[in-house]
Design a binder for this molecule. Structure first.
Ligand SMILES: Cc1cc2nc3c(=O)[nH]c(=O)nc-3n(C[C@H](O)[C@H](O)[C@H](O)COP(=O)(O)O)c2cc1C
Length: 310
């Protein structure tokens, strides 16, 4: 078995506790599960969604869950981090990569990467806090890969536990390919254990990365897991996809969401299906029907049909 660790990526609307718990019931091999980002503000407490994701009652399976915080304000970050520590979490992840317009506009996520002076002040304050273990998830710059050298220099001056790099810029969003030349730079210069993240959709993709980077601490997968929940077992243990397990996993995830969100569970499921559909080739019409489902009964009928055909 490989020594390398495998992480589930934080994905807003996808990899919250309902997904983690359903996944872990049917699949094995994830060492750390990162929560979708929790925005920190000085004045506000956790909102329902954020709290729901991190409370003990929803995290009873003993999974190694790492809360992620999105903030450009050290005071807000520290108070949120401290609340999470009180809840028993040991590691906190900082989001320096979210490329969404509203987040970037407010100078957070990938938007924070372009204000390096402020970023340094923020990190100074964060690492002064009698601290939890802090890991960082970053892109390689906001506008250009050229920003990465300076960013690495900044990261190197803090006791960051692990640096998770998605080697795209913020403006790139998800287009183009991850820049392996940027990741090469990190391998060369970073004094921090590294985790590679980006576009690992198949076992071959994984092998290309691990051939090139033999000393990686970890890889993180996001869309690859949502599309093929069995991909980690395939990579680690050579296990093949099993449609009946896939169906059981789907049903479990659907039922947990349904209990929690009622009819709105369909939105979550549709989000998953935009990736999960790869398991059902030549089924465009049936997938369209699933994505058009408005009622729970319609959704169940459409998903039952598609699984029956495979
Ligand atoms: C729908 C969606 C939601 C995401 N939410 C978050 C998030 O909350 N925090 C974060 O750091 N990254 C978030 N990401 C980025 C992923 O964690 C990951 O870095 C990205 O998808 C690249 O990895 P992949 O190619 O394995 O999917 C999100 C990505 C998507 C597509």
């Amino acid at each position: 078995m490989l020594k390398m660790m495998f992480y589930m990526a934080p994905m807003e609307g996808l990899t919250g506790f309902t997904y983690r718990n359903a996944w872990a019931k049917f699949y094995k091999g994830i060492d750390k599960y990162f929560t979708p980002f929790i925005p920190a503000t000085v004045s506000r407490r956790f909102n329902t969604r954020e709290l729901r994701d991190v409370i003990k009652e929803h995290n009873t399976l003993g999974l190694n869950v790492i809360p992620q915080i999105l903030s450009n304000n050290a005071e807000a970050f520290n108070s949120t981090a401290n609340r999470l520590l009180e809840m028993g979490y040991k590691e906190i992840n900082i989001n320096l990569g979210c490329p969404s317009k509203t987040v970037v506009k407010s100078g957070r996520g990938a938007g924070f990467l372009s204000d390096r002076e402020k970023l340094v002040k923020f990190l100074d304050e964060v690492f002064k806090n009698t601290a939890p273990e802090i890991s960082v998830k970053t892109r390689i710059g906001m506008h250009s890969e050229d920003e990465f050298k300076e960013l690495l220099h900044i990261y190197n001056s803090y006791p960051i536990k692990e640096l998770i790099i998605h080697p795209r810029t913020g403006v790139q969003m998800y287009s183009g390919k991850p820049s392996l030349t940027a990741f090469d730079q990190a391998v060369e210069r970073a004094k921090i254990p590294l985790c590679y993240n980006g576009d690992i959709f198949t076992r071959d993709d994984f092998e290309i990365i691990t051939e090139r980077y033999k000393d990686l601490n970890a890889v993180m997968l996001g869309r690859g897991i949502i599309a093929r929940p069995y991909i980690i077992e395939n990579i680690k243990y050579g296990k093949k996809e099993d449609k009946s397990i896939l169906k059981s996993f789907h049903d479990e995830y659907f039922n947990i969401n349904r209990e929690l969100f009622g009819n709105d569970a369909i939105f979550r499921m549709k989000e998953m299906w935009t990736y999960f559909k790869v398991n059902f080739p030549n089924s465009d019409k049936q997938i369209k029907n699933i994505l058009k489902s408005k009622k729970i009964s319609e959704y169940i009928c459409n998903t039952d049909k598609i699984f029956q055909n495979f």
